[in-house]
Structure formats: structure tokens, C-alpha cells
Ligand binder design. Structure first.
Ligand code: MF3
Ligand code: CO
Ligand code: CO
Length: 267
């Protein structure tokens, strides 16, 4: 049973604040994301900024959806062939790595959820192509959002661009409705058929967060019960925004001074 909520004006105003704060955590951490730092240190810096500077709650910390042990850290850090939900620890970042940092804050009871890719030094040509294609895939999906469009329109835009570039889409994880709950209906698949699926209505809020692999789409879960990796150990990338369906299109809620702009080719 799918139960999609339409947000009120008050909900939307609070989601704008939560979204901006989540994005500002990524702005804050950006200068620290460099060779020689550990993912655990990045987590500790983000945690302190959220709790002590912003007065936000890190939503991942102790998050325990059915079938999962509680997530032990405040952000997710997924390096190279890690697809998502990497647990920060003593892994040292080194030149040539790529890392996704995924931040979800709770402010005033509302969630803001966003992630970006970062390069450690100079990325390989393939890593740069993967990260840039994933960014453009996310934006091609977001660009489809308006009342009357369907979830399949979003998934199709993402899948056709990514696969057209020779990459593959992870199927097991998807975007999600978000609000007072971290993960709500509907599921936002990052693949699909144009015109298929639920029709979008003004007031819906959900994430678009494609996970795209340089090799095959298959994944494995590590023994920590959270970290997802590519089965073939190929590189994986992800970007995420939280998006509101407006009367005539969309508004990206996870925006701040440091948010990378939509690719100029799409505007
Ligand atoms: N932020 C992730 C998402 O985009 C969810 C992370 S759940 C956690 O949906 F427990 F791993 F943090
Ligand atoms: Co999300
Ligand atoms: Co996220």
C-alpha cells in the first residue's frame, strides 16, 4: 500500500530549512576532503558541525530500519567501489580516490538529505567521467519533475543517459519520499519507462539519488551489514538532492552557497 503525503505550506518551509542545512554540512566539509584524512575524521567533523553549530540531528546515527543493525555513524562515506552507506572509520583517503559523502539532518522534526562526490587530488579520466555522468543523470531526472509527469519519466531520463554513457544503474536502492520521516513512499527508481508509474502532484517531496557503476550493476553487502560495494569492484558514484514538486515544475530544497549548479547543457 503506497501512501504518498502532500506537504503543507508550513511543512515545505521547514523542509527548505532542513534541506539548506544538509547542503551546508557538505559545504563545511569540502575543504577537509583531501589526501591523508580518514573517513572517521570527516564523520567526526560533520557530527560536531551538525550538533554544535547547526543544532541539527544527524539522521543516520542509530538509524535502524527493519532488518538492519543501528547505523553507527553520523554520515555515510562511500569510497571508490563502495556504492553507498559506507561506514566512516580509519580508512585514509589517498590521491586518486573518489568519495561520496551523504548527509541527512533533522531540523525541527524535518529531514534534508543530500550527497555529493569529491575527488582526492586528480581523478582518473574514467572516474571523472563516471562522477560527471552521474551528476548529469541526477539532473536529467530532476528536470523531468512537474505535476502530471510520472515516476517512470524520472527513471527513464536517468537510465537512458547513464547507460548511453556505458555505465550501469544500481537497482536495489532508490530515491524516496521524505519529510518528518527519513524514508517515506514513494520509491523513486532510477530506471524505468517514460510515462509509467505514479503521476507527480504539487506538494510531493522526494529524493533523486542515482547510484551508477562503471562496470556491472550487481552489488554485494559487506559483513558490517551496511556498506554496499560493486560485485565486480568497479567504481561507483552517487549524487543526491531532495526535490519539491511545485505548481509548474520543481524546487531543489538541498541548496546552499556551495551547491554545484545544474549542468549548463540542461538549462
Ligand atoms: N542518506 C541515505 C539515503 O539517501 C540513507 C542512509 S541510511 C544510513 O537514503 F543509515 F546508512 F545512514
Ligand atoms: Co536519500
Ligand atoms: Co542520502
Amino acid at each position: 500500500m503506497v501512501n504518498v503525503s502532500l506537504k503543507s505550506t508550513e511543512d515545505i518551509e521547514k523542509m527548505r530549512v532542513a534541506g539548506r542545512l544538509a547542503s551546508e554540512v557538505l559545504d563545511f566539509i569540502t575543504p577537509h576532503v583531501k589526501a591523508g584524512v580518514t573517513t572517521g575524521k570527516l564523520d567526526a567533523l560533520c557530527h560536531d558541525y551538525m550538533v554544535n553549530v547547526q543544532g541539527t540531528i544527524p539522521a543516520p546515527l542509530n538509524y535502524a530500519p527493519p532488518g538492519h543493525r543501528p547505523y553507527p555513524k553520523s554520515v555515510c562515506t562511500s569510497v571508490n567501489h563502495q556504492v553507498c552507506h559506507g561506514i566512516p572509520g580509519d580508512k585514509l583517503l589517498k590521491h586518486g580516490d573518489v568519495i561520496n559523502i551523504d548527509v541527512t539532518v533533522i531540523k525541527d522534526g524535518y529531514h534534508g538529505d543530500t550527497s555529493r562526490m569529491f575527488y582526492i587530488g586528480e581523478p582518473s579520466i574514467q572516474a571523472k567521467r563516471l562522477c560527471e555522468s552521474t551528476f548529469e543523470s541526477m539532473w536529467r531526472g530532476i528536470n523531468k519533475v512537474k505535476p502530471g509527469a510520472t515516476l517512470g519519466d524520472i527513471g527513464h531520463a536517468i537510465q537512458s543517459f547513464a547507460e548511453g554513457n556505458g555505465f550501469s544503474i544500481v537497482r536495489e536502492f532508490c530515491g524516496h519520499g521524505i519529510g518528518k520521516k527519513f524514508h517515506e513512499d514513494p520509491q523513486i527508481l532510477h530506471y524505468g519507462k517514460a510515462g509509467a508509474g505514479m503521476t507527480l502532484k504539487a506538494g510531493m517531496i522526494f529524493t533523486v539519488e542515482p547510484m551508477i557503476n562503471a562496470g556491472k550493476k550487481d552489488i554485494r553487502m559487506l559483513g558490517d551489514g551496511w556498506t554496499v560495494v560493486t560485485a565486480d569492484h568497479s567504481l561507483s558514484a552517487q549524487w543526491e538532492h531532495t526535490v519539491l514538486v511545485t505548481d509548474d515544475g520543481f524546487e531543489v530544497l538541498t541548496q546552499s552557497a556551495g551547491t554545484p549548479p545544474m549542468p549548463a547543457s540542461l538549462s
